[in-house]
Design a protein around this ligand. Sequence first.
Ligand code: GAP
Length: 469
Amino acid sequence: MLRVICYVLCENMDKMEKIVSLCKRRGFVFQGSEIYGGLGGTYSYGPYGVELKNNIKNLWWKMFVHDREDIVGLDGPILLHPKVWEASGHTTGFNDALVDCKSCKKRFRADHLVEEATGQNLEGELDKMTEVIKKEKINCPVCGKSDWTDVRTFNMMFKTEMNNVSDDQESIVYLRPETAGAIFIDFKNVLDSTRVKVPFGIAQIGKAFRNEIVAGNFIFRLREFEQLEIEYFISPKEKWEKLFKEWLKLQEEFAIKLGANKKDLRQSEHPQEKLSHYSKKTVDIEYKFPFGFKELYGLAHRSDFDLSSHMKASKQKLEYTDPKTNEKYIPHVLEPTFGLERSILVALLSAYNEEKVEDGDRVVMKFPKELAPIKVAVFPLLKNKPKLIKKAREVYDMLNTSWQCEFDDHGNIGKRYRRQDEIGTPYCVTVDFDTIEKDDSVTVRDRDSMKQERVKVDELKDYLTDKLK
Ligand code: GAP
C-alpha cells in the first residue's frame, strides 16, 4: 500500500517537474531575476506564458463582466493610502505564524510545519503551535535538528516609502496584499458614475503582493501574483445562502473551462474559529495539485465589514439608497476570489499529455482552444524554396489578422509539429508543392487527433473559424 502511495506521489511530482521544465524550455514561465540567481516567489512569463495568462484573464473578464449586466469593471492602484489597510484590519491582522530554526537559521510557516509533521491544523493558535513543535520534537526539514524559536506573528504586507502621502508627511505605504481594497474605496465612485443597482458586482484583475514566509511549488505560492476578484454587493436582507451556492458553482465552472476535471475539485469550508477577521463564512475551492488538494479559489461572505470600516475611518458616506423604497443601508458583500497563477498552473497540469505515436513519443499540451497561446502555425514544406515561402507567408498574413499565428520554417515538418504540440497549438497549416502547382489547397493538421485534411486556401479562414469556435 505504502509503495502504491509513494509511486502515485512520485509520479505526480514527476509531472510537476516535467511542467516546470517544459515551461522554461518552451518560453512559458521563467524564474524571476534568474541571471542573478533568482528572487524567491517571483516569476516572469515568457512569450507563450503571457499569451496564456492574457487568454485566462480575457476568459474570466468575458464570463464575469462582459456576459453579465450586473457586474462592472475597475482597475485600481497598487498603492493605496495606508489608512485603507488600517481600516481593513490588514496592518494588525494580516499575519502568518513564523518559526525559525536556531540551528540553520531557515524560516518556516509554523502551521505548515505542524500540519506536515502531525496532521493537525493549528492555524492561528500560536502558543499551541510552539508547544506541539517542542513536545513532538519536530525536525527542521532543512538541517534535521530540532532547535526552534517560539512561534510568532509575521505581517505579510510589503512596505515601501512614498513622498507626501498626506499633510503629516506619513511615508510608509504598502503594496496591496489583495485587490479587494481598491474596490471598496471606489464603491461610491462607481455608484455615482454608473447605473448599477444592488445586487451588483465590481470586478478587478491585478497584482497583489505578500511577503510569504515560504514561497514554493513553482507558481502556486508567490510573493508577487495576480488576483481576479469580484465584490458582489447585496442587500443585508437578501437571502444570501442561495447566491453563495451559485457563486461556488460559477467558480467551479471557471476552473472546468481551464481544463480541470470536476473530480479534481472539492469544496472546503473554513471552521468558524479559523475565519479571516472580515469573514462570516468562507469556502475554498480546492484542486488536486500534484502536491495534494490545495486552495485554488475562495468565496467569502464579508458582511458589511469593509464598507462600514472605511465609512468610519474616512468619515465619508458609503451607503446605498434603494431607488424604490429610499431606504439607506450599507450593502453586504459576497467575494468570489480567483488566483491567476494557480489558474495558470491548473491549465498547464490539465493540458499536459504524453503520448506514444508512430514515430516515437510526443508531449502535447491539450489546452482548451480558447486558451492556446498560438491558434494556428503556418509552415512552408521546405525552407529553401522561395515559391513555397512566398505562398506560406501569404497564408500566414491572411490568418494572422484573425488569430495569434506563428510562421515556422525551421527543421523538418515532424520537428515543427512536435514543437507546436508542446506549446499547444490547435492547428498547423502546411503549404506544399501541390498548393502552388495543383489545387491551391493546404494540409491542416489537428493537434489532438493528429488527423490531416486538405482545405482550399480560399475556404481556410471559414474552416478555422468553425474549428476554433
Ligand atoms: N480578497 C480575498 C483574498 O485575498 P485569499 O484566499 O487570501 O483571499 C485569494 O486569496 C486567492 O489568491 C487564493 O484563492 C489564491 O488563488 C490566490 N493567492 C493567495 N495567496 C497567493 C500566493 N501567495 N501566491 C499565489 N496565489 C495566491
